[in-house]
Ligand binder design. Structure first.
Ligand code: SF4
Ligand code: SF4
Ligand code: SF4
Length: 292
């Protein structure tokens, strides 16, 4: 739906953590009223209604995703079933009852447990500042097909992670640079490069606010079932440990994070494949800067 510049400017002033909801609500209400263009009056009317009953909109968690499903060419894999299953898991955890007990009448949107799915490492939905951030991953691997040295993969790689070998030797992918976006795979004309694994990188414990911190990446690339298991473990930890509405990021100490790494991390298994080359897989993907 089209927005006037005044309406766009007005919605940008809405606090970021409810902006998407307000935007969706404005479009829905304008559409129901038979409008094709959203104007300033529509934004003001919806915002007033929405903020006046904000408390009833709080559900204890906020799950969102990037715009990959609307046709973004960068998505590494379709996370449709993952998002649905995350929603079920979050709903069943009944975080609203937990938060009402812990926070009482002062419960606000910023207390909610936040989860997001970005379907590629461009990370448009900001997984680095969510309690649980999930990023689509497509891990390149090498087949036995000879490399022609065409350089299509090095040109396609946004992270300069691929070095071609001499005299038709297979390329090498630097696992410390590769963000497992999969862009090199589709461009390889000889099928020397293929998809070795598809799944998700998982980040834990990001937030903004007075004491912001970036989420830390669990080493490895995870299947959908594994992501669900990680979420479930995070929710258990959160409900057992958080008191008075403290965010997951505030209670996740280095020792706690290490326990998640020991339980779910795949560093050892995947770092053994780092050399690349014919017949090998590549690195373990996401190198998103964690907290210092
Ligand atoms: S995160 Fe990637 S797939 Fe999702 S909208 Fe952004 S560029 Fe597209
Ligand atoms: S998957 Fe890795 S090597 Fe391939 S294009 Fe993406 S960052 Fe580069
Ligand atoms: S791996 Fe594929 S894309 Fe890369 S140089 Fe060799 S043939 Fe070309």
């Amino acid at each position: 739906m089209e927005w006037t510049p005044e309406a766009e400017a007005a919605v940008k002033k809405v606090p970021f953590f409810v902006r998407k909801k307000v935007r969706r609500r404005v479009e829905s209400e304008a559409s129901e009223a038979g409008k094709t263009i959203v104007g300033l009056a529509d934004v003001n009317a919806t915002q007033k209604r929405y903020l006046s009953k904000m408390a009833s909109e709080i559900k204890g968690y906020l799950l969102d995703a990037c715009f990959g499903p609307s046709g973004c060419p960068n998505r590494t894999n379709a996370a449709d079933t993952l998002v649905e299953r995350l929603e079920v898991c979050l709903r069943e955890a009944d975080l609203l009852t937990f938060l009402k007990r812990e926070v009482g009448e002062n419960l606000k949107f910023h207390h909610e447990f936040r989860v997001t799915v970005a379907e590629c490492p461009n990370a448009c939905s900001q997984p680095q500042i969510k309690d649980l951030g999930i990023i689509g991953a497509s891990v390149p691997a090498f087949t036995d097909e000879p490399c022609s040295g065409c350089e299509a993969c090095t040109e396609a790689c946004p992270d300069d992670a691929i070095t071609l070998g001499e005299d038709e030797a297979p390329p090498v992918i630097d696992g410390n640079r590769c963000l497992v976006c999969g862009k090199c795979i589709g461009v390889c004309p000889t099928h020397t490069l293929t998809e070795g694994q598809s799944g998700y990188c998982v980040l834990l414990g990001g937030k903004l606010g007075r004491h912001p911190r970036l989420a830390e990446s669990l080493p490895g690339v995870f299947t959908e079932d594994e992501v669900l298991a990680i979420l479930s473990a995070c929710l258990d930890f959160y409900k057992h440990t958080s008191r008075g509405g403290k965010r997951f990021a505030d209670i996740l100490g280095p020792d706690d994070f290490q326990r998640f790494v020991e339980r779910f991390g795949k560093l050892k298994a995947q770092s053994s494949k780092l050399k690349g080359g014919r017949g090998k897989g590549t690195g373990f993907g996401c190198r998103i800067r964690g907290k210092s």
